[in-house]
Design a protein around this ligand. Structure first.
Ligand code: HEC
Length: 139
């Protein structure tokens, strides 16, 4: 077997180490950035957040369509949550920094394990009512 020179080994190590170094800057764990188009971000929620009846409609839609993954109180601990490849997050802490329009967009379009609801929940108003309801999980 040919003897591998020490110089070559050192070169190789330097290359591996520097590519790991560069990679660590470009790698984004968990695709945290979920880009929301400006059109949605600036959308105004047309519903009344404080209306009791609205909240109860939002709640029943949530329990029907969302609880299995996001859990009864939005902690991401629903019965299906163990089967997911992506973390559904925790609504008690993850929503505060986001605008209603961003949540509306995410529910409508989905991403990865988060289903798109534009076909299942056709009425936009219903999606806004769900947005209002999940905000009640905020701490
Ligand atoms: C099959 C499981 C599943 C169901 C059902 C589901 N979700 Fe999700 N949801 C996810 C996952 C997984 C993510 C994280 C997706 C990602 O980051 O790529 C997510 C993300 C979200 C987000 C974005 C959270 C954030 O921090 O930005 C919102 C809002 C959301 N879901 C609301 C809902 C609502 C409302 C429903 C019901 C109408 C619902 N989800 C139903 C799995 C689910």
């Amino acid at each position: 077997m040919k003897k591998v020179s020490l110089k070559k080994v050192v070169y190789l190590l330097v290359i591996v180490a520097s590519s790991m170094f560069i990679y660590s800057f470009t790698y984004q764990p968990n695709l945290d950035e979920w880009e929301v188009p400006a059109k949605y971000k600036n959308m105004k929620n047309p519903t009344d957040k404080n209306d009791k009846e609205n909240l109860s409609i939002g709640k029943s839609l949530y329990m029907k369509h969302c609880k299995s993954c996001h859990g009864k109180t939005g902690l991401g601990d629903g019965s299906k949550s163990d089967e997911l490849d992506t973390d559904p997050g925790d609504f008690s802490t993850d929503l505060a920094a986001q605008k209603d329009g961003a949540l509306f967009y995410k529910i409508k379009e989905g991403r990865d394990d988060m289903p798109s609801f534009k076909k299942k929940i056709r009425d936009d108003e219903d999606i806004w009512l769900i947005v209002n309801f999940i905000r009640t999980f905020e701490e």
